[in-house]
Design a protein around this ligand. Structure first.
Ligand SMILES: [Zn+2]
Length: 406
């Protein structure tokens, strides 16, 4: 006879030979959860409530009545634990964050900083196991999620549910009618329902460098994290969309993916790659803040490398300048004085009517006009959108230097 004093938790007798081992394990677990004792007599288990060791309340074995049906095993469970549904958890369930933290953090690294858990909660989530016997195939289990939908078999297998420990009560509020509803919608005959509470881990990993830090949220099955079957997500840089487990900090104090950080060839500063551009003039990778956009090519040019066209005065890349003139101003062609824009231009500037040999070049943004009189040349730059003259300058007819006219 095994008594509570003998700690029958550890000394459950050998199950009868004619009982399916998984049924014996479940019945044994229910008994332990309810404080019942198990004794062995004549090749069968006698299951007794606390203090009533002499009276067998149920038996298992050659003449026992328990089997994989809800009507018998469910009724037995109810008499032992007060619940018609069996509640259990995986025997090697993750029970503390400490069991997880090292494995979780091992995926991440941060240059010159620290990786640590910024918080992690372990919450049991219910999975339903429906069990019944199929004469030819033996004991069958079907797994459902809490809503009664079939659970992915591969996922369930990875949750460590082969060995279960029966719980005296559900770890969280549970509507016992949920099992009834699920059973009614299943084709299996009178299945035994076991609610298996599997731990979900939710929290965030912190990557910090000095006073700067970012959080990387994660959520998943604790057993899968602990077993290395599932990895927490990488950090996703909100600026560039890059993802990585390797983090670092820019000179601006932004902690992000190391791969998203580059070095400015001029300043040596560490910046987001999205903030670095190639200078059209020097072909260096440089901070976008140190560049301007070439008015002609639209490419980035270091401010120090950009040139003003001698004629139109636009800031442009040296690559589109020859002899001090930008490509637009090199392409000037003679125009007739009945050119519509030129006519409008001259209409309000009567003094220009004496200038001859008008030439023009037009881009999407500006139109450049020039004309000559004796030894002088006048230049007019017109904003195409507003038709405003944005520059009026003059100089030698043959030179390449023009001074703005007051
Ligand atoms: Zn120009």
């Amino acid at each position: 006879m095994i008594t509570p004093a003998d700690s029958h938790y550890n000394r459950t007798p050998q199950a009868p030979d004619d009982v399916d081992p998984s049924l014996a394990a479940l019945v044994g677990g229910v008994c332990r959860a309810g404080g019942w004792t198990i004794s062995e007599r004549d090749g069968r288990w006698e299951l007794s409530p606390p203090g009533l060791s002499a009276t067998a309340a149920a038996s298992l074995g050659a003449t026992g009545g328990l089997d994989w049906s809800r009507s018998t095993l469910g009724a037995f469970c109810e008499s032992v634990t007060g619940l018609a549904t069996i509640h259990a958890e995986p025997s090697d369930q993750v029970r503390s964050v400490r069991q997880l933290s090292a494995r979780l953090l091992s995926h991440y690294s941060v240059d010159a900083g620290h990786i640590y858990l910024g918080g992690c909660s372990l919450d049991p989530q219910p999975l339903l196991r429906l069990s019944w016997t199929d004469g030819r195939r033996g004991v069958q289990h079907e797994w459902l999620d809490r809503d009664g939908q079939p659970a992915d078999a591969g996922l369930v297998e990875s949750l460590g549910v082969e060995r279960l420990t029966v719980l005296p009560r559900p770890p969280r509020r549970w509507d016992e009618r949920a099992a009834d509803r699920v059973c009614q919608s299943r084709p299996a005959p009178d299945p035994v329902v076991t609610v298996v509470w599997v731990t979900m881990a939710t929290g965030q990993v912190i990557a910090s460098v000095g006073e700067h830090a970012v959080g990387i949220p994660f959520s998943g099955w604790a057993h899968r994290f602990a077993a290395g079957v599932e990895t927490p997500p990488p950090y996703r840089c909100p600026e560039t969309g890059a993802e990585s487990y390797h983090l670092a900090m820019t000179d601006d104090g932004e902690v992000t993916c190391a791969e998203a950080i580059g070095e400015c060839d001029v300043s040596g500063g560490r910046q987001l790659r999205s903030q670095l551009v190639t200078c059209d003039a020097t072909e260096q990778l440089v901070s976008v803040n140190s560049t301007l956009i070439c008015a002609l090519s639209g490419k980035h040019v270091l401010r120090d490398a950009a040139l003003n066209c001698a004629v139109c005065d636009q800031l442009v890349s040296p690559r589109v300048v020859a002899g001090g003139r930008c490509e637009l101003c090199q392409s000037m062609q003679f125009v007739a004085t009945d050119d519509e824009r030129l006519k409008r231009l001259l209409a309000s500037r009567i003094e220009l009517s004496t200038w001859k040999k008008w030439q023009a070049a037009v881009s999407d943004q500006i139109a450049v006009y020039s004309a000559v009189k004796w030894t002088r040349r006048v230049v007019l730059v017109v904003d195409c959108a507003t038709e405003q003259v944005v520059r009026r300058a003059s100089g030698s007819r043959w030179g390449n230097s023009f001074r703005d006219d007051g």
